[in-house]
Design a protein around this ligand. Sequence first.
Ligand SMILES: Cc1cc2nc3c(=O)[nH]c(=O)nc-3n(C[C@H](O)[C@H](O)[C@H](O)COP(=O)(O)O)c2cc1C
Length: 308
Amino acid sequence: MADLSTEIAGLHLDSPLIAAAGTAGYGIELASVDRLRGLGAVVTKSITLEARSGNPPMRVTDLESGMLNAVGLANVGLDAFVTDVAMHVRDLPIPAIPSIAGESIGEYEQVAAAMQSMAFVKAVEVNVSCPNTDDGRAYAESPEQLRTLLVDLRRVLKSVAMIVKLPLDFARPSVAADVAIESGADALTLINTVPAMSIDVSTRKSRIGRWSGGASGPGIHPLAVRMVADVYRDLAEPAGVPIIGLGGVMRWQDAAEFILAGASAVGLGTALFVDPRRPRKVLRGLRKWVRRQGCQSIEELVGTAEPS
Ligand SMILES: Cc1cc2nc3c(=O)[nH]c(=O)nc-3n(C[C@H](O)[C@H](O)[C@H](O)COP(=O)(O)O)c2cc1C
């Protein structure tokens, strides 16, 4: 059997598939459906210092090309996470990676310090790329602010790996990816949802509770593959920083594309809403594909895409 295990930021994952932030609750919810089979790790919804009730409804709607959401980082907040949720997350059968977010460097720092103090947390994903809050993307859009934030978090996260989740970036080389790597990121997650809008033509109103939100699903997949491929070649591969490719993976072929583009692991988000058992199916397809490519392990295929 082909070896599909992978290493990301010091974590050994039995499967290269990861449940994306915000699409599997705290991991516990998805575990109740399919015991997380097929997945190598789960990223929790983003945790902030204070509890957040999120945006008004509708928070999620369907698109021809996937989903549009404006959840607005609804979460229980750090205290409730530590006292009520963390013990269940710790007991999941696969590694859990808490996602952290904040409105100021101080907030990110406090959440990161709490994660550092919990022995089961080996890595966090720093969300600097949420399009559904007023300031969610501020850090990723200012290289100076991003550097200040990440250098600070690097100091707080003494023994915990720092995975940085970035938005779609049309610049080449990606300035945000460059800053993240220089600031000590142990891995990059590319990409978050893409700012988008959908209008109900009868009511002439936005179809979600905010003016605009974030698109996910198949429509963003080629955009994410391009960014992974370019960041891998320009920055991540030379620096030895692994990438988690994320955006529109519905089938094993989509995951395989990310691997060829340079991802060492692949996230699934929207696919989990369509079918929570999808990771198992994607994993099965990947295993056969690795064998058909004449390889023993999926790692041999990372970043091997060529121009036609
Ligand atoms: C309903 C919903 C909630 C999300 N919540 C978060 C979140 O809390 N933090 C985060 O970093 N990304 C969040 N995301 C973004 C996903 O993790 C992922 O980056 C995005 O959906 C693209 O992947 P996909 O096309 O496979 O869904 C959310 C996405 C959706 C659809």
